[in-house]
Design a protein around this ligand. Sequence first.
Ligand SMILES: NC(=O)c1ccc[n+]([C@@H]2O[C@H](COP(=O)([O-])OP(=O)(O)OC[C@H]3O[C@@H](n4cnc5c(N)ncnc54)[C@H](O)[C@@H]3O)[C@@H](O)[C@H]2O)c1
Length: 265
Amino acid sequence: MQAQDHTDPMDAYSRLFRLDGRKAVVVGAGSGIGRESALALAAHGATVVCADRDLTAATETASMGPGLSPRALDVLDGEAVTRAAEELGPVDVLVFTAATNVRKPLLDYTAEEFERVVALNLRASFDLVRAFGRGMAARGGGSIIGFSSIRAVAVEPGQGVYAATKAGLVQMLRTAAAELGPSGVRVNTVAPGIVDTPLTAQIRAVPEWSEAYASKSALGRWSRPDELAGAVVYLASDASSFVTGSQLFVDGGWTAIDGRYTPPS
Ligand SMILES: NC(=O)c1ccc[n+]([C@@H]2O[C@H](COP(=O)([O-])OP(=O)(O)OC[C@H]3O[C@@H](n4cnc5c(N)ncnc54)[C@H](O)[C@@H]3O)[C@@H](O)[C@H]2O)c1
């Protein structure tokens, strides 16, 4: 390893995932994957702003360890996003997890539901990347991490609009990687499989649906939200210094296998 600050490569490797002295903002930190991401980033030395529309939930996350502070932020309010980026000062890492899904066939979708899913999953992501990416580019560095989904590449009935927003997010962030790369800013997405959080409570509540999803992954189970935190720390840290424009699947093998049938041996 080429050590820049440390002469001993073993010492440098031992710090590869450390985030001491870095400032991170996690949008969606009040719940699920966002909460675990905030905790893991702080455990690796970052100071973390736990941003969420639900200030009570963000405050609960922030109370779980040192280096965490809460902030109310509704990313559907574009001006509030711009204001947050200005007020928070230099930010090294932006993670955003806030998203929503309305699971129903395309023919049953209302225009209002379409607008609601696109507004949070795509439009708010666009605003966040622009608001925080501008400062990162001006300072010459940063890491932006968005959350896509296995639905960006594999669909099922009822996922049309959500899937479209996740595929769209991947392409938007790839473009951001292309545009901000020359300024030293890396931009990546994490694609979870099926994770036990409030977002999937509707599925968990139906045993047949829940078990069908578990059996679709190579590991034969759902993931816990903390199993996504390692990917976030990796993409935030120097361990991924040459990784940008990528989509990191943390899906228990869901997208690798067909999963419907095991032929007799
Ligand atoms: N849970 C899964 O199985 C799964 C699977 C694939 C992808 N994902 C993706 O991972 C990400 C995180 O999902 P999760 O399961 O942790 O979700 P979650 O519903 O548990 O948490 C989302 C958080 O975002 C916050 N939020 C919602 N609207 C907001 C707004 N307008 N402004 C600010 N904050 C807002 C909520 O208050 C909540 O704290 C999402 O992008 C989701 O699409 C999740």
